[in-house]
Design a protein around this ligand. Sequence first.
Ligand code: CAA
Length: 262
Amino acid sequence: MSSEPNVLLEIVEPSIYRLTINRPKALNALNRATIAELGAALATVAADHDARVLLVTGAGDKAFVAGADIRAMQDMSPIEGQGFARETMAVFRQLETLAIPVIAVVNGYALGGGCELAMSCDWIVAGENAVFGQPEVNLGLTPGFGGTQRLTRLVGRARALELITTGRQIKADEALRWGLVNHVFPAAQLMDEALTMARQIASKAPIAVRLSKEAVQRGQDLDLDNACQFEAQVFGLAFSTEDKREGVAAFLDKRTPSFSNR
Ligand code: CAA
């Protein structure tokens, strides 16, 4: 048994967190212990009022996450398999509903549970070496960490079903064309580019960023009238912040705003 943590959590710059799935010898495959550590790391980020952005990546230069741990699933009973899926889905939902933006930095294989982890982030940036897919049918399995649902919502039913039923894996450029990935960068520059994006977010009014994410996420599950109503409430709430007063005043004074997260 390795004494290395399965999940590393660092503050790489003030207010910018990076979470790394750290099982490079198994291409960062997700077992129960890793999922539990992921949940604990997310709770730490959620409790930090100064956190502005979270980057999620995989250790090594070969894989983001190559899926659920196949070895660990070998002897699972149906009930245990269902439990593994439920526990993981709850943690992925914790990730998805984190108040701050979460960017998946996909540095290699993102297969099965790895693709599902990336899709639970707010958006994906990928290295040119990234590979996406839901190859569960090769194992006699179905996606189990939200893939049938999130992939369909992201790329549409036809493309999702093609990937899920053929097990075909797509490279970063095709994922970009499909809209699964927002940007593709040379592998060596990927983390720097993700950090540049994170700094940009961290420089904005933090409460406005969090409220915007909430409006987009909640609105997706509502009809347009109720979603726009929710947006109006969120917009009104932003008027109560110190940062709105500062942001508007700075614009009118032609100076850079200094936000206080209040
Ligand atoms: N689980 C457990 N171990 C894994 C793994 C996984 N998902 N993926 C890779 N590994 C292990 C390999 O067993 C190997 O370990 P050993 O050195 O001890 O033999 C090590 O990682 C390196 O892998 P490979 O030698 O296979 O590396 P490769 O470069 O030849 O191939 C790969 C890379 C194409 C990603 C290949 O490893 C692969 O196909 N992995 C499985 C991908 C997969 O099927 N993912 C879906 C899993 S099921 C799932 O995720 C269900 C769900 O939705 C919840």
